[in-house]
Design a protein around this ligand. Structure first.
Ligand code: GLC
Length: 734
């Protein structure tokens, strides 16, 4: 029996299962791809015969209404369909990509974006989204870093749980609540060399301390489903990995929802070479704990034979069906009226505003030399806007925007036209046709625009297709001739000291080393969604101060990858004192004379921009944190308070971060770990007291034997504006 303690639907589920034939049970475990907006007869028949439990990728509201009607009125038991869709960061209204949302460090913002997404998607008849994606991502070469919440387990866990709440609300049977899906379980972000679908080798130590925590948080908050990753995880692909799906997820965590395979990943077990054929693949996946199969149909084709052979048990089938039906009952689908369809009027302005607020909090100010920003709209007569990314209503939406409505987009150029003074003359030149464009033909026009402008805003980056699934890069530099263009414009303008502002749109951290000193300010906007252009313009002109902070480290060069703040100390840590640059090595230097530390000779050892980093227009000061005690017991909580001061007349928000270091433990521990964060509002000339509660449980970790424990010993602690803050305090766990 499924662990149905607390499953209020258990009786109805079991009563229904008792009526179901084997084929009908296998039908519930079968997800088919939509028919592109029409009700195909084969699909209608399959639904009538009870061979379909879910449809993916159908979004035509009237088609969905008809498919549900067929399921409810023309199939023998009238079991409704789960309608799945990748509503990853918005539906018609598109929010910043998840990596950008992570830069807001704001669970409330993330929850709101999911809530609006669910309202729009459910209005079309969708009742299941394959989101949040909470794979820990520390390799910007990997295209799916765009969908992640970045490199840190605590931040990813907090934002993943917030997204689940936004989709599901507290009542999954509510009209606009949709089922969420924690994916891709697990460790997909550890794909070797940042190549998608590639092998992952993850120690139990890292699995437990890095990759699993966000998934555990989503399981604990009640996410309805999990999705397996494509990955080979330590020798067994996730879709056939019983240790992950059953031992950890269903037994240890007592997860009561259901597990869906990723697209074709059950059948791919034959490609991985752990299954001889589709029947064997179905057996592996069913016995491992996959409950529903996404589109590869091995369950519906082979499970009855496997049952007859005794390779799988009836209980395995019944448990899977119980989990799936429980979700359908939780969603209220048996009671729910057919969907309202897309004729429901959506408050587009309200949704656009939510998208703007998310973009405002997601943009990260990386540099701002001589306080070039914010721009004073009243002292600027002409503005040069250069780069085709400044005016492309599609590219700013980012990856995974199947249903994004480009008519809702405000581009950067449009935003500047909205925000700049009515008298300002705004010149625009696309310069390129794409980020991969190598032509320099647009440079002359760009120089002419620059000459006619008081300030130049250069918009660069990657088009959306250069990140996302299967779109990985071996280099993370600005593509095409963009670096050459920035150098050219910078040199051209250096004579008359005109400010150049770089706005970068991308789905990953890019290597900005070649340009970081060629421009006066850099605003990293990621792919900021429908309202991105308006938000960027409002930030550039100081209507708001930037407050985003990096959820992922920015490498100086691709050769540094993987580089992340929570590195282990190693036995020979590199410091600014012992670092030796390649240029410093004299000819015939003695072998052990210089640089005997964990570093690269040809690249300084720190990232270009660290995790948690982001500038503000305000000047924010952090006082020394005060601890409620210098000692704590394993059942106690430490209170940390500090004053944060805004010494300027600028309204600001900041993300105050608390890091600890476990000085000595039974296994190596990171040189620092994020343990708490708070986004705080800092009015002009204000002093704000910030409090953190640090529980002993927060200091627990899985040791070398995979046992989670709170170990006695000393910890150092620091609070500041990014991961480089000094660890100034010390306390003892006794
Ligand atoms: C894709 C992705 C997964 C997505 C699914 C359905 O291949 O890996 O994230 O939800 O298929 O589109």
């Amino acid at each position: 029996m499924v662990n149905d303690t607390g499953n209020i639907h258990s009786d109805r589920v079991q009563a229904l299962i008792a009526q179901m034939t084997l084929d009908e049970k296998l039908g519930q475990m079968n997800q088919l791809n939509g028919a592109g907006g029409a009700v195909s007869e084969p699909l209608a028949d399959a639904i009538r015969c009870g061979r379909v439990g879910s449809i993916i990728n159908e979004v035509n509201a009237s088609t969905l209404k008809e498919l549900q009607r067929i399921a409810r009125e023309e199939s023998r038991l009238g079991i409704p369909l789960l309608i799945g869709r990748d509503v990853i960061h918005g539906f018609e209204t598109v929010f910043p990509i998840p990596l950008a949302l992570a830069a807001s460090w704001c669970p409330d913002v993330v929850e709101k974006t999911a809530r609006v997404s669910a309202i729009e998607a459910s209005g079309n008849g969708i009742n299941w989204t394959f989101s949040p994606m909470i794979d820990i991502a520390r390799d910007p070469r990997w295209g799916r870093v765009a969908e992640s919440f970045g490199e840190d387990p605590l931040l990813s866990a907090a934002l993943g749980a917030a997204m689940v709440k936004g989709y599901q609300t507290d009542d999954l049977s509510g009209d606009t609540a949709i089922l969420a899906c924690a994916k891709h379980f697990v460790g997909y972000g550890a794909s070797e060399s940042g190549r998608d679908y590639n092998t992952t080798n993850i120690s139990e130590h890292d699995l437990r301390n890095i990759h699993l925590p966000p998934f555990k948080a989503c399981s604990e908050i009640g996410v309805g489903t999990f999705m397996t990753s494509f990955s080979d995880v330590n020798g067994m692909p996730a879709s056939g990995n019983q240790y992950l799906l059953d031992d950890i997820l269903k037994q240890e965590w007592q997860f009561s929802g259901f597990v869906v395979s990723d697209w074709g990943s059950v059948q791919q077990l034959t490609v991985h070479g752990v299954a001889a054929d589709d029947e064997h693949a179905a057996a592996l996946a069913l016995n491992a704990g996959v409950d529903m199969e996404m589109v590869s149909e091995t369950f519906i084709q082979h499970a009855s034979t496997l049952l007859q052979k005794g390779v799988i048990s009836q209980d395995t089938i019944d448990q899977a069906v119980a989990r799936i039906l429980t979700c359908k009952f939780r969603l209220g689908l048996f009671e729910g009226a057919f969907i309202s369809g897309s004729d429901s009027v959506l408050p587009i302005e309200e949704h656009f505003e939510a998208a703007k607020q998310a973009a405002l909090k997601s943009c990260v100010l990386l540099t701002n030399h001589q306080k070039t920003l914010p721009l004073d709209k009243y002292s600027i007569d002409s503005i040069g806007v250069l780069g085709w990314l400044a005016h492309d209503d599609y590219e700013q939406l980012g990856t995974w925007i199947f249903d994004g409505d480009t008519h809702r987009s405000t581009t950067i150029l449009q935003g500047i036209q909205n925000v700049a003074s009515d008298e300002a003359i705004i010149h625009y030149q696309p310069v390129f046709s794409s980020s991969r464009d190598m032509s320099v033909h647009g440079f002359c026009d760009a120089k002419r625009v620059a000459d006619e402008s008081d300030v130049v805003i250069v918009c660069v980056g990657e088009e959306s297709i250069l990140s996302g699934e299967a779109h990985c890069r071996s280099d993370i530099g600005l593509p095409g001739a963009q670096v050459t263009f920035i150098e050219t414009i910078s040199e051209h303008l250096s004579a008359n000291n005109k400010p150049i502002i770089l706005v970068c749109m991308a789905g990953r951290p890019l290597d900005l080393s070649p340009v970081v000193d060629k421009v006066d300010a850099i605003l990293y906007a990621w792919h900021p969604g429908s309202a991105g252009g308006q938000a960027i313009a409002e930030l550039l002109f100081g209507l708001h101060s930037p407050s985003g902070k990096l959820p992922i480290s920015f490498p100086r060069t691709v050769g540094q990858i993987p580089i992340y703040y929570a590195q282990k100390p190693t036995g020979r840590p590199v410091t600014s004192e012992n670092y030796a640059a390649m240029a410093d090595f004299p000819m015939r230097a003695e072998q052990t004379s210089l640089g005997m530390a964990a570093s690269h000779m040809d690249t300084y050892f720190t990232p270009l921009f660290p995790f948690g980093y982001g500038l503000s227009y305000a000047n924010i000061q952090y006082a020394k944190p005060e601890l409620s005690s210098q000692q704590m017991h394993s059942d106690e909580t430490l209170l940390i308070t500090l004053k944060v001061t805004n010494t300027t007349s600028i309204d600001a928000e900041d993300i105050v971060q608390l890091y600890i270091r476990d000085e000595v433990a039974s296994a190596t521990r990171p040189v620092r770990e994020l343990k708490a964060f708070k986004r705080v509002v800092l009015p002009p000339q204000s002093e704000t007291t910030v409090e953190f509660e640090l529980t002993a449980e927060a200091l627990a970790f899985y040791d070398a034997n995979g046992i989670k424990s709170i170990e006695p010993g000393y910890f150092t602690l620091g609070v500041g504006g990014d991961s480089t803050c000094e660890l100034t305090e010390r306390f003892e766990m006794v």
